[in-house]
Design a binder for this molecule. Sequence first.
Ligand code: CA
Ligand code: CA
Length: 307
Amino acid sequence: MRRGLGAIVVIGVVTACASACASAPAHPTATATTTATATTTATATTTATATAPACPDGMVTIPAGKLSMGSSDGDDDEKPVHPVDVKAFCIDKTEVTVAAYSACVRAGKCTAAFTTVDWPKITEADRKLWSPFCNGDRADRQTHPVNCVDWSQADAFCKYLGKRLPTEEEWELAARGPENRVYPWGDATPSKKLLNSCGSECVSAGKTRGESWSAMYEGDDGFFGTAPVGSFAAGATPLGLVDMAGNVWEWTASWHCEYADPKKCVEERVNRGGGWFNDFPPDVQGANRNEDPPNYRNRDLGFRCAR
Ligand SMILES: [Ca+2]
Ligand SMILES: [Ca+2]
């Protein structure tokens, strides 16, 4: 929704997909449709318990699993639901923080996070409105997720730590589990206790700016803008991942390709999970997909790493 022009581009892509997706045959195999890093075999799945990676501090092991990827009642680009075997992997428990990212900048391995938002054909009004929500290296935001970073910056940070961005298959398995939860915490409707998205604080902030912004849930969740990572423990996954819904959207390694026709891709990277400025519950569901040009950067877009 309110993601700037990127969201408008997405609508065009989805519309183009709608007819093709509807007439396409059932989704083929996981190997044919997933990116190289997520391909796996039955052998790998059955031996995964023995080979599950020991994860460093701050990371959680996601056991190998069979994901029913996508949603039959979601956006067109979430269809069709199809099985994907995902190998065991490690993923960060939290979004990458400002403090962690700034350490990479000081080490000379990352470029500074931007302090302005940018997307194609951005208006000066939007740049002025949203840039103050870029966390940069602000002293009072060190425990918040880094945001206003483009895809290459996210990729470089993960590599600096010997990690990588998760594929969207990995991300979705981490968010939904093998039981296919609708949300990271389960199937309960989003609430101000479960995530940082839009409650009454968005409505109030809109009023002061002459905008009529709406809310996803009742009440004030306490944050218009990013929250320190892990502020919503009640919304954690059963394995302890926090902020897989809300706070910041998260870049993945994956290009946006159609599930029904994996050769049909756009030159945009998938990001997942919704952010602090969404008002529609499906935006923060585990199967939801968003995509943006790699050089796009926004106040509600960050990342976490895998390995
Ligand atoms: Ca909020
Ligand atoms: Ca998030």
